[in-house]
Design a protein around this ligand. Structure first.
Ligand code: ACM
Length: 540
């Protein structure tokens, strides 16, 4: 009797152990599938579930934390090491960027040291032994109580990883003044991360209202922290021409002198534009310049009489209508003009692409439009660049799979037939110049109201076949935007969600969990003095 009771007990114990193990394994797959964040959430008490301790945006592909802590002290240094001298020099600059970012709030003079032997208590950035399977932008971040090791296949990957590191420090790290009451801790972590899409951009319309260089740079800094890698500048439209073209100086002296509402406008000199391009490059962001043609060209038509059929300059325009202007598509003067503009712009632009607009050309016949896009495509190619255009740019016989379609209209069948890749900017989701709701003081509403949840809850594959998707971009048109404060109000908090859609795989994203992380970012946005919209759907 006794023996069989013992055996029964043993059987029950074994069955229980196996069941617990199986349940554990079953649960573990979900923990790892969601990048480890559920593990962090579960480790917190029920009452604090509303506030995850670590909130990285975009959410990393793989991530786990332990209870240990790394403490940054005033004696810490940033060790850096590349695979060769050139790479080491590049990583040195990244080390300096990190040092600068951490210096203001911590007050620590973090020196950057070229060495592959970091000692305890330091930060180490390296590409030596970086895993090529993580790609151009991937990184591996390992934090223990004694060392922070950030490893990547490329310096660019290190730069992306640094944005994660920033977000793991207490929010006060983002303050623009010395903070003395905070311990600069990092959670021990192991993060392996890489983006879902190679193109993750924001577009800023500098034409409807001119945006000052300092504000452009701040915008670049704000998008860099969410690992965005493209900054598309809409440089010309009916209301203003914003980039100096030395061979056509009146484009800026006349065409640059207006903006929506009749303000004084402005333009970037070539030196200022290059400064912006370099500022972005230091943040591993490519500037994509756009000259919108053949429509959206009133500012050019107002600058030079010879660009018009009657030889007379048009009046400057300060309203917000579209579709009324066109370059002369059958005139060689037009192509001499476009050739000069593209030549000068291409020489200032290290990126592979020039955006030629192509949208809303309602005053141009389809035949002329197709011919024009073909000619301009040839001009852009002749300067070693490739074109991007808004729909219906893809329908012109002049565009091929070399070009990129920026898809803002539902029909991309021509692009698909040509095997063209696309940047997706679906207006009801991605147009961050739309109002959040009926009470939003800024913004337009033709694509509907876009609260933060709507801007977050979509997937690129909803808008194009996956094989065609290069990535996504959120345009910020500036009909209603006059200042940095306005840019921030419409971009935040929608832009971080957009960045997450571009970076984080679909199966790791859900609004309920995301909005808890976004709430944590409220303090970071405040510390950066970002004028963000307190969307009522998030319990800030
Ligand atoms: C656009 O919104 N006209 C591209």
């Amino acid at each position: 009797m006794k023996g069989s009771k013992k055996a029964k007990l043993l059987r029950i114990t074994l069955v229980s152990l196996i069941s617990a193990g199986l349940i554990g394994l079953f649960l573990a797959q979900f923990l790892f599938r969601d990048g480890g964040f559920t593990a962090v959430l579960n480790s917190l008490s029920a009452s604090s579930k509303q506030t995850p301790k670590y909130a990285v945006i975009p959410k990393p592909a793989n991530c786990s934390f332990t209870e240990e802590t790394f403490i940054l002290t005033d004696t810490a240094s940033i060790y850096i090491n590349g695979n060769n001298t050139e790479e080491t020099d590049e990583i040195y600059n990244i080390g300096e960027y990190l040092s600068e970012k951490l210096k203001t709030s911590t007050g620590y003079p973090l020196s950057v040291i070229k060495s592959d032997a970091p000692s305890k208590g330091n930060i180490y950035l390296t590409t030596a032994g970086g895993d090529s399977s993580l790609g151009q932008e991937g990184y591996q971040l390992d934090i223990t109580n004694s060392l922070v090791t950030l490893k990547a296949f490329t310096p660019e990957g290190l730069f992306r990883g640094i944005q994660t590191l920033r977000q793991l420090f207490p929010a006060a790290i983002e303050k623009n003044s010395l903070v003395t009451d905070t311990a600069w801790t990092l959670p021990a972590a192991s993060i392996t991360d890489y983006p879902a899409y190679p193109w993750r951009g924001m577009m800023l319309d500098t034409a409807r209202h001119f945006i000052e260089v300092e504000d452009v740079k701040r915008t670049i800094d704000l998008i860099a922290q969410y690992k965005m890698n493209k900054f598309h500048m809409h440089l010309s439209d009916d209301q203003g021409w914003r980039i100096e073209i030395k061979s056509w100086p009146e484009l800026t002296t006349i065409g640059g002198s207006s903006e929506v509402g009749g303000g004084r406008g402005g333009f970037y000199t070539q030196e200022e534009y290059s400064d912006i391009v370099n500022y972005a490059k230091e943040r591993y962001i490519t500037v994509i310049p756009e000259i919108d043609m053949p429509g959206h060209t009133n500012a050019a038509l107002a600058s030079y009489g010879e660009l018009n059929p009657d030889g007379k300059k048009k009046e400057l325009y300060t309203g917000i209508d579209v579709g009324f202007s066109s370059l002369m598509c059958r005139s060689e003067v037009t192509y001499a003009f476009v050739n000069d503009v593209i030549r000068e712009l291409a020489a200032l632009t290290p990126g592979d692409y020039i955006h030629i607009g192509g949208d809303e050309a309602s005053s141009t016949s389809k035949e002329d439009y197709d011919y024009f896009i073909g000619r301009v495509n040839e001009i852009v190619s002749s300067y070693g660049k490739k074109t991007i255009g808004w729909n219906p740019f893809d329908t012109s016989p002049g565009t091929t799979s070399e070009s990129l379609l920026q898809k803002w209209n539902p029909d991309s069948s021509a692009a698909e037939a040509k095997g063209m890749k696309m940047i997706l900017s679906p207006p009801p989701k991605a147009y961050i110049d739309m109002k959040y709701d009926e009470n939003t003081p800024l913004g337009l509403q033709w694509a509907g109201f876009i609260p933060t949840k709507t801007a977050y809850e979509w997937d690129p594959s909803d808008f194009a076949p996956s094989v065609h998707i290069a990535g996504i971009e959120c345009p910020l048109w500036s009909e209603t935007i006059k200042s940095m404060n306005d840019i921030e109000f419409l971009a935040f908090p929608r832009l971080p969600g957009h960045a997450e859609i571009g970076w984080t795989p679909k199966n790791l994203r859900n609004w309920k969990e995301y909005k808890l992380r976004l709430k944590v970012h409220g303090e970071r946005m405040e510390n950066q003095e970002i004028n963000y919209y307190k969307d009522p759907d998030v319990s800030w």
